[in-house]
Ligand binder design. Structure first.
Ligand SMILES: CC(C)(COP(=O)(O)OP(=O)(O)OC[C@H]1O[C@@H](n2cnc3c(N)ncnc32)[C@H](O)[C@@H]1OP(=O)(O)O)[C@@H](O)C(=O)NCCC(=O)NCCS
Length: 184
């Protein structure tokens, strides 16, 4: 099977979560957490103030994207969308970039770790040619880096002054897990 033919599962079930594609009727759940400026502190590309319309646009993007290369999942807990996980797959490089977030009301309960781990397992499982999954975070985003460590990623280094967003310059930590590490 060629890498670009492989499609990851639409629904992934973990101990506490159901990960499934975003739907248009998720807009109020997404808006409820994404309007929180503390939640988007390190997500500097997001507009401020964050309006309901932005949540609609976000969902439209997720629905329209090709799931073969840009799969995303709404993280649902007891029927409520409390966050999201996504991958951007670079077919030529046989790699994928992982992203995740969860509503502030659910921070530090292990939910992103649980969701990210399940998505990595699904990605390496469904795509035999995939050799690497990587992720990046603002160096001050300690929670995100801890999630990366907990799912078995290794810190590759810090790119200094590598991003300018909302007029701020910041350093970015890069982490990755290789297929052979995942298999071990
Ligand atoms: C960063 C974020 C993803 C962490 O998700 P989470 O579900 O709270 O993380 P988990 O509960 O799985 O925690 C994993 C580890 O990180 C630690 N952690 C979580 N948030 C932390 C924080 N703000 N500071 C320090 N450690 C933190 C947890 O204690 C846990 O470590 P432990 O098991 O050693 O105690 C979440 O805070 C979030 O969604 N933030 C807003 C969006 C965002 O920044 N996304 C990532 C962009 S790169």
């Amino acid at each position: 099977m060629a890498l670009n033919d492989a499609v990851l599962p639409e629904v992934i079930t973990t101990e506490r979560l159901i990960l499934r594609p975003f739907r248009f009727d998720d807009v109020d759940d997404v808006f409820a957490y994404a309007r929180d400026s503390e939640w988007s502190r390190f997500l500097r590309i997001l507009p401020r103030p964050y309006e309901r319309e932005h949540a609609k646009q976000f969902i439209a993007q997720q629905v329209l994207r090709d799931r073969a290369t840009h799969p995303s999942w709404a993280m649902t807990l007891e029927g409520v969308v409390v966050g999201g996980v996504n991958l951007r797959i670079d077919v030529a490089q046989r790699s994928a970039e992982l992203g995740y977030s969860v509503a502030r009301t659910h921070w530090k309960r292990g939910l992103c770790t649980e969701a990210a781990r399940a998505v990595i397992d699904a990605a390496f499982g469904a795509r035999p040619d995939l050799i690497r999954v990587h992720a990046r975070a603002d160096v001050d985003n300690l929670g995100s880096q801890r999630v990366m460590e907990k799912i078995g990623m290794v810190k590759e280094g810090v790119l200094r002054s590598s991003r300018v967003e909302r007029g701020e310059v910041f350093d970015e930590a890069r982490f990755s897990i290789l297929r052979r590490e995942w298999e071990a």
